[in-house]
Design a protein around this ligand. Structure first.
Ligand code: ATP
Length: 455
């Protein structure tokens, strides 16, 4: 497996990050797997599994912010909940402060949960409307045995002030506060047991822009002041960029790329990371190429694609060995192949919605609709494309799909890429596999690697 490493020397702004990077590991997650059974009928027979989290590994160091980013449905929340054992993992290993939490129960599990707190997305879901703010924030203290009411009240008053509210707010009720204020109260409650880790699941996505930044700034301040690590979940790579020391990009239950935030975002190595970045206008410097996926629909985690899960959408899917094609011609053929395979057809050839008449579809329409090149230099490829075009024009989608699959096999469909060695940056992509011919196209390129002891 080829490795990716630093492009830049550390600048002064990297110093604090480097210091956090030297600290010991707090949370280790190895090969985490959380599958949900799909059941059918009266006897609830298992007919399949949603592979929400499927072999995820990462480390969070003391006092650092680690971001998990990915589209909706990629498995971020399930990873967060499974890490805290609020959802039962179906496989893998979790260690916190060097101790396994995978088998904990009873008092030991409660003690772990005291040290690892959760903040949820919508602060409206976080509070019992019948408890005052003071009671809500103090509740964990009482549950964990602090009987002295005056002491509880003093701790709550102090925390409310630290999160930018007033000690008097303790006597008010949650509905009297705005969304941003409620999220501040949730942060105070998460801090009350002095945790080592806060898992923040989209803590700002239910809030408006300005309030979002305030809450992020507060979380950052809290992290410094309380020396607490934060596992930060977000679909918004821009927010992760502002807030996290390191990040991992998730796609369909797997981590596809992981590394220091600045480096991953300056030179994203995995094609999916580049697609994700290309879709964020605010991260789009003039020279950032817009990388589009070959197909749009995200497959179901109950039936993920074989090999690399991103391959049917990957603009850098590896061509079959021995095929003599320009990269852009191959990309057009690959887009054709996977659009036909997934049934994501351009409107001009899609008869399924009744808007297009089959008799109006001839071979030229098919070529135009898929943007296929008029000349393909490789005779074998040209023949296969002609055959598939003809099959589609005559209404035989399945025949076209089979012909294209036969003619254009790819290692990305056949084999799962591995993560490579534990190094500062990890990329799960065959283009980083030194046993294959395909070069990575990313500006991250191939470099020697500083091994990362924390993985
Ligand atoms: N309890 C459950 N039973 C069955 N499927 C589930 C369950 N919880 C989550 N899933 C499925 O697992 C997949 C991952 O969901 P998850 O909520 O972890 O993703 P996510 O990246 O956090 O997305 P979002 O940002 O939309 O919450 C989705 O397909 C989801 O429908």
């Amino acid at each position: 497996m080829r490795a990716v490493t630093d492009l830049d020397d550390a600048g002064p702004e990297d110093t604090a990050d480097a210091e956090r990077g030297d600290r010991e590991v707090l949370l280790e997650v190895d090969d985490l797997e959380t599958h949900f059974p799909i059941t059918k009928g009266f006897l609830r027979r298992e007919v399949g599994r949603v592979r929400a989290v499927d072999g995820v590994s990462f480390r969070v160091r003391r006092g650092e912010t680690f971001g998990l980013v990915g589209e909706s449905g990629s498995g971020k929340t399930t990873t967060a909940l499974s890490t805290l054992r609020l959802e039962e993992p179906t496989g893998g290993e979790i260690r916190f402060d060097s101790e396994s939490v995978t088998e904990l129960s009873g008092a030991a599990l409660r003690s772990f949960r005291r040290r690892a707190q959760l903040i949820v997305q919508d602060p409206n879901d976080a509070f019992n409307p019948r408890l005052t703010v003071g009671e809500a924030v103090a509740e964990p203290l009482a549950l964990h045995g602090m009987d002295d009411a005056a002491r509880r009240r003093a701790i709550v008053a102090d925390l409310l002030e630290r999160v930018g509210l007033s000690a008097d707010d303790a006597d008010r009720y949650p509905h009297e506060f705005s969304g941003g204020e409620k999220q501040r109260i949730a942060i105070a409650r998460a801090l009350v047991l002095n945790p080592d880790l806060i898992v923040a699941d989209e803590p700002t996505s239910a809030l408006d822009g300005r309030v979002q930044s305030d809450v992020l700034a507060l979380l950052d301040e809290i992290r410094r002041e309380f020396d607490v690590a934060i596992l930060f979940i977000s679909h918004d790579i821009d927010v992760v960029r502002q807030f996290c020391d390191r990040l991992a990009v998730m796609y369909l239950g797997e981590i596809v790329e992981r590394g220091p935030t600045e480096k991953v975002l300056a030179s994203p190595a995995h094609p999916y990371t580049r697609v994700l970045l290309g879709s964020v206008p605010s991260l789009d410097p003039a020279d950032r190429e817009l990388v589009r996926p070959l197909t749009d629909a995200v497959p179901e985690p109950s039936d993920p694609p074989s090999g690399c899960r991103f391959h049917p959408r990957c603009p850098e899917v590896i061509p079959p060995a021995g095929l003599d094609l320009e990269p852009d011609i191959w990309e057009a053929i690959a887009a054709f192949r996977f659009s036909v395979h997934t049934g994501e057809l351009p409107p001009a050839v899609d008869v399924s919605r009744g808007r297009t008449d089959r008799s109006a579809i001839d071979e030229e329409t098919v070529r135009d609709a898929f943007g296929l090149p008029t000349t393909i230099s490789d005779a074998h490829a040209a023949r296969a494309v002609d055959d598939a075009v003809e099959a589609i024009a005559s209404g035989d989608l399945e025949g076209a799909s089979d012909r294209l699959a036969d003619a254009f096999p790819t290692v990305c469909e056949r084999d799962s890429p591995d993560d490579g060695d534990a190094c500062e940056r990890q990329v799960r992509c065959h283009r980083y596999d030194s046993t294959l011919e395909a070069e990575p196209r990313s500006s991250a390129g191939r470099f020697d690697v500083e091994p990362d002891p924390t993985g």
